[in-house]
Structures are given as structure tokens and as C-alpha cells.
Design a protein around this ligand. Structure first.
Ligand SMILES: Nc1ncnc2c1ncn2[C@@H]1O[C@H](COP(=O)(O)OP(=O)(O)OP(=O)(O)O)[C@@H](O)[C@H]1O
Length: 248
């Protein structure tokens, strides 16, 4: 198991002045895993994720992502991960095609790779007719699916998804999760934050943060057993009730 760890974090911390947003979290994520990163508003999820993505320096502890150190190798980390936030990563005033060309270019992919991958994604998402439309004109559910496809366009080892399904209906969320499963089947590790507890059930393992600390971490089945709950919703409520910190 030792070398199948794609993320390692030991006592990873982030302080803003006197306030400790992420408080000495320790966990590993294994290759190919779908890892759910849960917590109430303000628990510290985004701050932790930004450190793991090489976007923000920790103030304490250690972490590696895809074998690279978060303190000294953040440029290598950025090359080896994909990232999708709630605000997406798409340019609304570029077409679907142009967005994919742009991302392929940013990651230094060849024209042949970009052409083949673009055709595959358009076919896969049934977006051929929309290829030359502006992304801003697409419905939200399509934008999310496209944003995910773009986040893994360069075939990263791991993709970080920060509340990727906010605001869409349950059917579209389900379709989005089918895409996540497919990516995981292709060997991409998924690190996902969500406020939807049905989505927590789809993860291989789930960690739950309370006030900057990881309060629980296991498979949904084991967590339900430990907390005498019949749903992840109930597990989450039992843990989140302990929170002192309020969200923004
Ligand atoms: N740059 C910053 N300076 C000061 N405090 C910050 C900063 N960034 C985040 N925080 C604080 O750190 C805490 C954790 O914030 P964070 O955004 O990581 O939580 P979260 O779990 O992602 O919440 P949400 O689910 O609402 O996105 C919050 O109290 C927030 O106000």
C-alpha cells in the first residue's frame, strides 16, 4: 500500500494571523480512489484543497501530491493535477472548441492530441452541435460536464473538484457522477468536496472536517456503523453539530 499513496498530509496546517483555518490534518489518498472531503461551511476544506493544489503555502506540517512537495514543487503539482471549482474554469466568451484548444495549449499538448481529445469529448457529451457556440450560452449542467472534461483534458493523475455540482438538478448530478466514475475507472484519482450527502455515499472514503480538524475518515459504510446512522446525512449532522465555527 505504501507507494500507492497519491496524496499524503501530515499535520498540515494553515493559519491566517491568529486564526487556524486548517488545524494539523493528517490523511492519505490512494491512487484511483474517489475521496470525499466534507465539512460544514467554514470548516477549512477550500483552504486545505488550495494548499494541496500548490496555490497556497501551508504554515505547518507536510504534504505531497503526486509525489511532489507542496512547499517546494508547486509548479510540478499544478502540471500533474486537474482542478474544477464551483465557478468552473471555463471562459464564457470563448466557444466550446476554443476552450478546449486553450486548455490543451496551456498544458503543452500537441495539436494532434488536442484535436483527438476535443472530438472525443464532443462526442462523449453529445455536444458536437454546440462546438462553435459560446460557453456562456450553454445550460448550467452542460457547463459543469464540460468544465470537468476540461479539468481532465491533459490526463492528470488527480483531479480536485470543489463543490462541482452546486445548483443543478439531481438527474444532472447523477450524470456528472457517472463521469466521475468513468474518470476513476481510467485511473484518475478524484478528490471532491460536496455539500450533498447522497454524493458522499458515492465516494470510496470520506473525511469530515469540523473547525479545521479531520473529525472522521473512513468508508461511508464504516462511518454509518460508527455513528449509528442509516445515512451519511445523519453522520454529517452528528459531527457538524459539534462545530463552533460559523461559515462566511
Ligand atoms: N485568506 C483568508 N484570511 C483569513 N481567513 C480566511 C482566509 N481564507 C479562509 N479563511 C477562513 O478560514 C475558514 C475556513 O474557510 P474555508 O473557505 O477553507 O472553508 P470551507 O470548509 O471551504 O467552507 P465552504 O464550505 O463555505 O466553502 C473560514 O473561517 C474562513 O473565513
Amino acid at each position: 500500500m505504501a507507494n500507492d499513496k497519491i496524496i499524503t498530509a501530515q499535520e498540515l496546517s494553515k493559519r491566517f494571523g491568529h486564526f487556524t483555518a486548517v488545524d494539523a490534518i493528517t490523511f492519505d489518498v490512494h491512487k484511483g480512489e474517489i475521496f470525499g472531503f466534507l465539512g460544514a461551511n467554514g470548516a477549512g476544506k477550500t483552504t486545505a484543497m488550495r494548499m494541496l493544489c500548490g496555490l497556497s503555502k501551508p504554515t505547518g506540517g507536510k504534504a505531497t501530491v503526486a509525489g511532489f512537495d507542496v512547499y517546494t514543487q508547486n509548479e510540478q503539482i499544478k502540471k500533474n493535477i486537474g482542478y474544477m471549482s464551483q465557478k468552473f474554469s471555463l471562459y464564457e466568451d470563448l466557444t466550446v472548441n476554443e476552450n478546449m484548444q486553450l486548455y490543451g495549449g496551456i498544458y503543452g499538448k500537441s495539436n494532434a492530441f488536442i484535436k483527438e481529445k476535443t472530438a472525443f469529448i464532443l462526442d462523449h457529451l453529445h455536444l458536437e452541435k454546440e462546438a462553435n457556440k459560446l460557453v456562456g450560452a450553454l445550460p448550467l449542467g452542460w457547463k459543469q460536464k464540460l468544465a470537468f472534461s476540461v479539468a481532465i483534458f491533459h490526463e492528470p493523475e488527480i483531479v480536485f473538484l470543489d463543490e462541482p455540482t452546486g445548483g443543478v438538478d439531481p438527474v444532472t448530478r447523477r450524470e456528472f457522477w457517472n463521469m466521475i466514475y468513468q474518470a476513476a475507472d481510467n485511473g484518475i484519482t478524484i478528490f471532491v468536496t460536496t455539500h450533498y450527502m447522497d454524493e458522499a455515499e458515492y465516494c470510496n472514503r470520506v473525511s469530515i472536517m469540523v473547525d479545521g480538524k479531520i473529525e472522521a475518515l473512513d468508508t461511508p459504510a464504516v462511518l454509518k456503523k460508527i455513528y449509528h446512522s442509516d445515512s451519511m446525512d445523519d453522520v454529517f449532522l452528528k459531527l457538524a453539530r459539534k462545530a463552533v465555527r460559523a461559515g462566511d
